[in-house]
Design a binder for this molecule. Structure first.
Ligand SMILES: [Zn+2]
Length: 229
């Protein structure tokens, strides 16, 4: 009796874990995260839509990530745009590690999305800093807890911006990223070695195609235009 009860429990647990894990074929009929805390029905609905957008973006990034492998970049970018390619260039090695580590971070985010609870905070919450903060996570030593706190300023933002915020916060939890905030946008102050640990760099991928982001923020500095003769 006891044994069969335990087995049933195990079956239920594994079923629940499977049901929450999303994949490319998932019909989005349920929440992507684990659940909600202290949220109104309207807030839950808005967060749920942002979760969906974030999940779709994340899947798209992961699906397109192979297009950013060294071989593809060489063929579709360096050669096509006549950029400087030196095989022994240390930058090539750095890029290969960057590509590998970023790919792993995105996969960790996908795999741990379902572990996150969304907790709605009120205007009085100090950490929301008078509407300057959209969302935050709390760290326990160097690890973020699986709770994304949603501040009032989050609501009413564009879905793209909301999805970017969720991906940023999710990466803190899934991959222990930090807020390094280098100048990725202009590609002036970038550090490929720390990129996969920078929540702001992860967030950049929410708004555009993988190759568009990489062209502007990464490839351009790794493979500069050749000097004209
Ligand atoms: Zn952050």
């Amino acid at each position: 009796m006891k044994k069969s009860f335990m087995l049933l429990g195990l079956l239920l647990i594994s079923f629940a874990a499977k049901a929450h894990r999303f994949n490319l074929n998932m019909t989005y009929s349920e929440g992507i995260g684990y659940g909600y805390k202290n949220c109104s029905k309207a807030q839950e609905k808005e967060i749920y839509n942002a979760e969906k957008t974030a999940a779709i973006k994340l899947n798209k990034i992961i699906r397109n990530w192979p297009l950013a492998s060294l071989a593809e970049v060489r063929h579709d970018y360096v050669i096509k745009e006549k950029r400087v390619w030196k095989k022994a260039d240390p930058e090539v090695k750095v890029y290969m590690s960057y590509w590998q580590e970023m790919g792993e971070t995105f996969e960790e985010m996908r795999d741990k999305f379902h572990e996150v609870t969304f907790e709605c905070k009120s205007q009085r919450e100090k950490r929301c800093q008078n509407n300057e903060v959209f969302a935050y996570v709390l760290f326990y030593f160097n690890y973020a807890k699986p709770v994304i706190h949603i501040c009032p300023a989050f609501y009413g933002k564009s879905q793209e911006s909301q999805a970017g915020t969720l991906l940023h916060e999710l990466s803190h939890y899934s991959s222990s990223t930090e807020d390094i905030a280098l100048d990725w946008i202009n590609g002036k102050d970038v550090d490929l070695k720390r990129a996969s640990k920078d929540a702001y760099h992860i967030e950049n991928f929410a708004n555009e195609d993988v190759t568009q982001v990489l062209k502007r923020m990464v490839w351009n500095s790794v493979w500069p235009k050749g000097k004209k003769h």
